[in-house]
Design a protein around this ligand. Structure first.
Ligand code: SF4
Length: 441
């Protein structure tokens, strides 16, 4: 059995700092680390500092110095961590510095400098954490809550305002997932494009670099990790344009999941949707100029209170003009507690049913034509399922997210495993799926 990596812990300061130390220890212990009572037996030393008074700062600096002399590999966390300049000036060789209550950052710094050793005999949890998804793709949650107040939604009431995770914690998690075999990261949140707004885009240290908690910076960092990076729940804010350039460069998948919910300005206004502006069509055209391969998936609500026949027709025309590759549709339902329930103009159920059917018909038509344009191309696909008895595999293109979008059905496929990324030539399509054969090399 592999030996558990050992951590030495020096905990200074008040009871709050002590509780922080306990939390850090609990997390690390559950990940298979053990602890050493002396410097000698430790592979790395964690110093949880105090910075309340000058005397406490001095004591913390001395403790860091002692740990460096006795062991040499030191990570600093806690209140003095906010004064990184002071620590670096006195002790330039510390491995990483994180501030108070930054559990994720300190744990990810430990992972980086002393990776956990997976031990299949004692680990209840695999290296990548427990996942409900297959081994080759994983969801990566970058924030909780939402600052928007859409009239039909109660998520902010339940989950509160936006709370973004530090970039270092997300990147550390992504790295662990990729190490354990994940080939595709699905970035999720309630409002991915708002990532970091709540923390004013604060930086955190990842692999010796300061990384901003900002949508573009995070997308770029993730895109450089070598896995497919797919972005969900993005709103069409102007700063999204920059991320489309990352797609054109091939760093991030040419795929955007934007829950537009409607297109008619009246309905959008009543829905209080974020980034609601009349120029969205122009924005989409501009995106497609930058990245012609871009696929857009979206969701729409029909039968929202006050939606007129004109609003609905507007939506259908818009959907065609915007060429939404993948559209899902919900019939409006009054969720208990949602402000939209107070609105006049309730749409009868049979009208909702009719509009739903009409929208899905238009959406299928658009999807068919978009997919038809891919026929003849040679593309990379990721394999979700292998059916040897049928001599084919079920895969997905870069334009398809798992569970919600279509598939690429590859025939004459042999020697291919789940999770493989293979090159195929598209031979045909229907409304949802592409059909292909392995590409000849
Ligand atoms: S963006 Fe709107 S619909 Fe989405 S979670 Fe926030 S409030 Fe709800």
């Amino acid at each position: 059995m592999n030996q558990a990596p050992k951590i030495g812990l020096v905990s200074l300061g008040c009871p709050k700092a002590l509780v922080d130390s306990e939390r850090i220890m609990t997390t690390l212990r559950s990940q298979g680390y053990s602890f050493s009572r002396d410097y000698e037996g430790a592979d790395i030393v964690l110093v949880n500092t105090c910075g309340f008074l000058d005397s406490a700062k001095q004591e913390s600096l001395e403790a860091i110095g002692e740990a460096l002399n006795e062991n040499g590999r030191v990570i600093v966390t806690g209140c003095l961590g906010v004064e990184e300049g002071l620590i670096r000036e006195t002790h330039p060789s510390v491995l990483a510095i994180t501030g108070p209550h930054q559990y994720e950052s300190v744990v990810s710094a430990v992972h980086q400098h002393l990776p956990p050793v997976p031990n299949r005999f004692v680990d209840l949890v695999p290296e990548s954490g427990l996942k409900l998804t297959p081994r080759h793709y994983a969801y990566l949650k970058i924030s909780e809550g939402c600052n928007n107040r859409c009239s039909f939604c109660i998520i902010p009431q339940i989950r509160g305002d936006l709370v973004s995770r530090p970039a270092a914690g997300i990147l550390g998690e992504a790295e662990g997932l990729i190490r354990s075999g994940v080939k595709e990261l699905l970035v999720i949140s309630q409002d991915t494009s708002a990532y970091g707004v709540d923390v004013k885009f604060a930086t955190s240290k990842y692999r010796g670099r300061e990384v901003k908690a900002k949508f573009y910076d995070l997308a770029k960092e993730l895109g450089q990790m070598g896995a497919w990076t797919r972005l969900h729940y993005v709103y069409p804010y102007p700063h999204v344009d920059q991320v489309i350039e990352l797609m054109a460069e091939g760093l991030v998948l040419p795929y955007l999941d934007i829950p537009f919910q409607h297109a008619s300005p009246n309905v959008l206004k009543s829905m209080r949707r974020p980034a609601n502006q009349e120029k969205t069509l122009d924005r989409i055209k501009k995106w497609r100029d930058i990245c012609p391969d871009l696929a857009i998936r979206s969701n729409f609500i029909v039968g929202y209170p006050g939606e007129t026949e004109e609003d609905f027709e507007f939506l259908l025309d818009w959907l065609e003009e915007a060429e939404i590759d993948r559209a899902g549709c919900f019939k409006y339902e009054p969720v208990t507690g949602a402000p939209a329930n107070e609105l006049d103009g309730v749409v009868p159920e049979e009208v909702k049913d009719e509009r739903f059917a009409q929208l899905m018909e238009v959406a299928q038509d658009v999807s068919f034509h978009r997919l038809q344009q891919k026929v003849g191309r040679t593309i990379d696909v990721i394999v979700d399922d292998v059916r040897p008895e049928e001599n084919r595999v079920i895969a997905r293109s870069k334009w398809d997210a798992p569970e919600i979008d279509g598939n690429v059905i590859v025939s004459n496929a042999t020697g291919i495993k789940i999770g493989d990324i293979v090159s195929v030539t598209v031979t045909d399509n229907d409304e949802y799926d592409l059909f292909a054969t392995p590409a000849l090399h």
